[in-house]
Design a protein around this ligand. Structure first.
Ligand code: M6R
Length: 595
């Protein structure tokens, strides 16, 4: 997830050290490239490259940069690989404007073509550059700066925030559309950033911007205007008192809880992205004609592969072979050829088990696509093309938002393959928020009694089977208890013998197969188990389960996805009750680069 910061000072001064510090305070958001620009009179000094803040700042001597306005940006690649030219900030054609954004401009590809046709100088593939040219094109047509920004805002689709400055001016301008943006007012300066941590060491007087607002920053004041009609909006600054740690976690006690609650937002961004992604067509074309289609991943990413396989079969009538990556070599690699297609799924894009499978598949001539969160990772370089997960940085070791976006990507592809309108999926983000809101109090209340057990089962069927596996993985990963995910119908084939009085068994209920789950529930409750059903409100569940955690009503495929959310919350609360840090469970690492 990129981060931007801009500052306007009264006098020309060394801005480099301020920009370096601001950039460092945004690193928790994740990044692959760093850039800084200062504006002094009619000169713009721009320095940027791929790498860590300290390395890039030292290599290009950011510390010596001076001016009365400065911008820094940390880039998390989505459009265009991590490279110096794609790093931000970007200049306009003549080098009179400089700007940077965070978020995604989803019509970037079309806009770049338009800018090139209009004779503008486009240097990179990055959508931040499109933001600069979008303003430039209207300045070239004679519009004043504010109107040019307002028109650019209309052209740039997606969720983002953007800051821009120009030579021979005394201001910076920023606007917000979907991504965070806050402005700060200090003694002799103003500043703007995608997040508070880069502002709070400088000032605690801040103005939070809303979508559709432009902020104009002078050294001694700021003005907020409406994008709609350009009118000035009255905004009183507030004083922030929270600690830096709380601010980075967005007010949540742990990154995991923050990331659980970010799922709707990143889901929305993903759907926007998929709608305009040329890679979607490439993947679908191959998926249609492939002899065999494999979805390959490990851990949580494998569970997303399983969900994808269920969706592809149920929605598009297309059989898919989901594979845990290391098993690909002995079980499938000897039999695949150039007619087969694989989608390799990995949050990090660096999981060695997945890369090994990819290498084996490529050797056999298979077409290999990626589904990854970290663009520029080894997977994304090796794959024919990669669909980005658009989740930004996932800090907590337990994957949450990357899982739901992996599943949502497969759901989207299944809809497209089936010729169904994916517009129906636009409801998912809101349903996710509703599911979290509806279930959170009940889950928190249930957690202490379930937490008395060190042995749990999580059962599902059909599209909820992968959710049960994922819930069980979350539970064992951060509570250190034994928790097994299983097909509900398999429980009677062995594990049933473990049931004693009060033994908790969680059921992720598919709305299409309630009677089957009710049978499973009765098989365990009549032996003393406590059956906790997670599903839509249904009298059959209320009559049979010990407790029902009710999720909102939705189409069966979306409903299945929603069942994982209370399981994420439950694992979080149980981990905290046990006194563990859910963000950093013992023995585990976010990126597993070993065999
Ligand atoms: O980066 P990847 O998606 O390839 O990682 C795969 C697994 O290591 C990962 O999903 C792991 O299972 C998670 N920590 C589970 O929350």
């Amino acid at each position: 997830m990129c981060g931007i910061f801009g500052i306007v000072t009264k006098d020309e001064q060394p801005l480099g050290p301020i920009l370096i510090e601001a950039a460092k305070r945004l690193t928790y958001r994740g990044y692959d490239s760093v850039g800084a620009a200062t504006i002094s009179g009619s000169k713009i000094d721009l320095r940027k490259d791929v790498g860590k803040v300290d390395e890039v700042a030292a290599k290009y001597n950011f510390a010596e940069m001076t001016g009365s306005r400065g911008i820094t940006q940390l880039r998390w690649a989505t459009f265009g690989e991590p490279s110096q030219v794609n790093a931000q900030p970007h200049l306009d054609s003549d080098g009179d404007l400089v700007g940077a954004h965070n978020g995604n401009v989803v019509n970037n590809v079309e806009l770049r073509q338009q800018f090139i046709a209009e004779g503008l100088t486009v240097r990179s593939q990055n959508d931040g550059e499109s933001c600069v040219h979008a303003v430039e094109r209207y300045l070239n047509k004679g519009y004043d700066f504010i109107d040019a920004i307002r028109l650019a805002y209309g052209d740039l689709q997606g969720d983002y925030a953007f800051v821009i400055g120009r030579i021979n001016d005394d201001k910076l301008y920023a606007f917000k559309k979907g991504s965070g943006l806050v402005a700060g007012i200090g003694e002799g300066f103003t500043c703007v950033s995608s997040d508070l941590p880069s502002i709070l060491p400088l000032t605690r007087r801040i103005v939070r911007l809303n979508d559709g607002e432009i902020v104009i920053l002078w050294a001694d004041r700021l003005e907020v205007r409406s994008v709609k009609d350009g009118s000035i909006l009255t905004r009183e600054p507030e004083t922030v008192t929270e600690s830096m740690d709380a601010v980075q976690k967005g007010g949540y006690p742990h990154f995991m809880l923050k990331e659980i609650h970010e799922q709707s937002q990143v889901g929305r961004e993903l759907l926007h992205m998929l709608e305009s992604s040329p890679e979607v067509e490439t993947v679908l074309e191959k998926a249609r004609t492939a002899r065999h289609l494999y979805f390959i991943g490990c851990g949580t990413s494998y569970h997303a592969c399983l969900a994808g396989a269920v969706y592809f079969a149920q929605i598009a009538g297309r059989a898919v072979i989901p594979v845990i990556a290391p098993q690909f070599m002995p079980q499938y690699a000897p039999a695949v050829n150039h007619e087969d297609v694989g989608v390799f799924v990995s949050q990090s894009g660096e999981t060695k088990d997945v890369l090994n499978a990819l290498e084996a598949a490529e050797k056999r001539g298979m077409t290999c696509f990626g589904l990854a969160n970290v663009i520029g990772s080894t997977l994304t370089k090796a794959a024919v093309c990669t669909l980005p997960l658009c989740c930004g940085y996932e800090i907590s070791v337990p994957a949450t938002k990357t899982f739901t976006n992996q599943v949502l990507t497969f759901l989207y592809l299944a809809y497209r393959l089936a010729g169904r309108d994916p517009a129906a999926l636009a409801a998912v983000p809101e349903l996710m928020d509703a599911a979290l809101e509806m279930t959170a109090p009940q889950v928190e209340a249930l957690a202490p009694s379930i937490n008395e057990w060190n042995d749990l089962y999580c059962l599902g069927y059909g599209a909820t089977y992968p959710m049960a596996l994922e819930g069980a993985l979350k539970l064992k990963e951060i509570t250190y208890a034994h928790c097994e995910g299983m097909l509900s119908t398999e429980f009677k084939h062995g594990p049933l013998s473990a049931v004693t009085q009060g033994y908790p068994i969680l059921f992720a209920v598919p709305s299409t197969d309630v009677p089957l789950i009710v049978s499973g529930i009765n098989e365990v409750t009549c032996r003393g188990a406590r059956a906790i059903a997670i599903g839509e409100d249904d009298p059959r569940l209320r009559a049979n389960a010990s407790e029902v955690i009710v999720i909102p009503h939705a189409s069966p495929e979306i409903s299945a996805l929603l069942t994982v959310l209370p399981l994420q919350l439950l694992s979080y609360h149980m981990s905290v009750l046990r006194g563990y840090d859910p963000d950093f469970p013992r023995n585990l690492s976010k990126t597993l680069t070993v065999d």
